[in-house]
Ligand binder design. Structure first.
Ligand code: NDP
Ligand SMILES: O=CC(=O)O
Length: 283
């Protein structure tokens, strides 16, 4: 996600410096003219605004607050925008560490996948320092099609987890429908078409349905990240004693899919977990 977002900023004329744990993944950006720095701290000290796009709460915290982390290069007047999907507690910790340097902090997780990232059509769910939000708005508009400012740090993270909780459950329900249709002798491709014409139409179903029918899962949103988001959504729900039984059941299936070696496939590969459960119930 970080690479296409940075690439769009470059195409819009921004002067970009990048860092990634696996340096070779920066090569396409370097060939477009980006500079490379050897640590997040060095990126932060050489840039006015630093965007971070990391896998999960642990890596987002490490890159912001660990040794040679971005916070070490932060100072008054600089901004840190974390666009990773993390939980509210992690985001608050990162925000506290960044602002302790005098810099400003904005959380800004994104809705939208690999293609929207490439096309500059992400949806930003921001919260935190409002003046930093206004300052980076033109950059968000390069990378996205819309942006929401949601108030205090934590609200952007919570919004993202609610949205992805719904998405994860929808995908499982869709997968169940495809498999049931096949079992009763229907063509699952026709199911995809019927759904696309009715009130439950969702771009996700039309986009992923045809490849799911062919048991192909080219990765846009890695399954391990969808399971991470469900795990974080469950913790968020527990923190306010809100039952989310459908999401809890969906989470179990993503866990099964991970155990089947599908963590790096697209999250639509969760259908394979249902197939495995079908098979084991037949024995
Ligand atoms: N893909 C999607 O459709 C969407 C993803 N998201 C969210 O965006 C984030 C990134 O997703 P995506 O780009 O798909 O994920 P990837 O797994 O492709 O990339 C994860 C990034 O995190 C880095 N990373 C992981 N662990 C560490 C660590 N311990 N220290 C330093 N760097 C680390 C990886 O570095 P390295 O290259 O070295 O492995 C890589 O740059 C996630 O939070 C995801 O939930 C949000 C919306 C859509
Ligand atoms: O987080 C994933 C997405 O598609 O949005």
């Amino acid at each position: 996600m970080g690479a296409p977002m940075a690439s769009n900023l470059m195409k819009a004329g921004c002067d970009i410096t990048v860092w990634n744990r696996t340096k070779s993944k920066c090569d396409p950006l370097l060939s477009l003219g980006a500079k490379f720095e050897s640590s997040p701290a060095r990126v932060a000290s050489s840039c006015d605004v630093t965007f971070a796009m990391l896998a999960d709460p642990e890596s987002a915290f490490e890159v912001a607050c660990g040794a040679n982390g971005a916070a070490e290069g932060m100072a008054a007047g600089k901004g840190y925008v974390d666009v990773s999907t993390v939980d509210d507690a992690t985001s608050k910790l990162i925000g506290k560490r960044i602002t302790s340097t005098g810099a400003s902090f904005l959380e800004a997780p994104v809705s939208g996948s690999k293609k929207p990232a490439e096309d500059g059509l992400l949806i930003f769910l921001t919260a935190g320092d409002e003046s930093l939000y206004k300052r980076v708005a033109p950059l968000l508009d390069v990378m996205g099609k819309s942006r929401f400012y949601l108030g205090d740090v934590g609200n952007g993270a919570a919004m993202k987890l609610v949205v992805n909780m719904v998405m994860g459950s929808m995908m499982v329900s869709f997968a169940e429908g495809l498999l049931l249709s096949e079992k009763v002798g229907l063509d699952p491709n026709t199911v995809v078409e019927v759904i696309s014409q009715g009130a439950i139409n969702a771009p996700m179903f039309s986009l992923k349905g045809p490849s799911m029918v062919k048991a192909a899962y080219p990765t846009a949103f890695p399954l391990k990240h969808q399971q991470k988001d469900l795990r974080l959504a469950l913790a968020l729900a527990e923190s306010v004693s809100q039952p989310i039984p459908t999401a809890a059941a969906a989470n179990e299936l993503y866990k099964v899919a991970k155990s089947l070696g599908l963590a790096d496939q697209d999250f639509s590969a969760v259908i394979e977990a249902l197939k495995a459960e079908m098979q084991s119930s037949q024995h």
